[in-house]
Design a protein around this ligand. Sequence first.
Ligand code: CP
Ligand code: NVA
Length: 304
Amino acid sequence: MNKDLITIKDLTQREIEGLFVLTAKIKAHPSAYNCKLKGKTLGLIFQKSSNRTRVSFEVGMYQLGGYAIYLGPDDIKLGVREATKDIAQTLSRYLDGIVARTYSHQDIIDLAGNATIPIINGLSDLLHPCQAMADVFTVREKFKRLKGKKLAYIGDGNNVLNSLLYCAAKTGLSVSIATPAGYEPNSDILQEAKEMAKATGAHIELCSSKEEAVADADVLYTDVWTSMGQEAERDKRLKDFEGFQIDAALLSKAKPKALVMHCLPAHRGEEITDEVIDGPQSVVFDQAENRLHVQKAIMLELLK
Ligand code: CP
Ligand code: NVA
């Protein structure tokens, strides 16, 4: 693997599969890994709020025998109190790795380019690779395979979808997307994913309706309509996304036992109903749990 995990685009299919195999081992036998990162320290530079990413990385590091330091929005003030490249060089002298959650994706690239230690993207405005790794691992765990399975993504073509497209395309999971006009995923990433999918047989498509996307789907996936940093657009987005909610009626149009996924946090009553997210087909908390196991595998690979 490369020094950093900034985007799943940089991982080969073999590396992704290797991480999934390691994840399954760590999940099954966590105590076998409890000294693997003894003496190592991970920094968590977060410009935005977080529950899952922060807690799963901190706990994961602890479970591997290492230590984590949380550096929140008011601590080092990335690019404000001092230049990002100075922060990257300084922290490289203290830490063994950094997870960064930023507004601008360029900040993650700048950290990685100036740090001698691994930089893990913990979410940017463009990508959320650790989420996508846990998502595809969850689909693989539930169905025992990815090829021939179809995930329907309904909602905003955002950072979560962009990374999911890379991970699905590289592992053979098909993705059908339905978004309101103007909220499609990044067009370069969609094109790249379609190219990558040629090697794995995945089918990646942008559909003209949500019904088309969910037909024969094995998984329904959604994320918030207003991501962190877009709060000023919330009223407009609520109007623009009307009709794109995953509710019981839409779920009934997928395969009978289709799984429901959401990266969380959910805005209940907006992109998903309580009935669906709390219902028997929802695997959202298994998915959230898998963040921990997948990220332990990522840390082992990058920090060992
Ligand atoms: N899914 C996810 O990344 O959650 P947090 O924003 O709580 O970290
Ligand atoms: N798209 C959401 C994901 C949160 C985990 C956001 O960026 O806020």
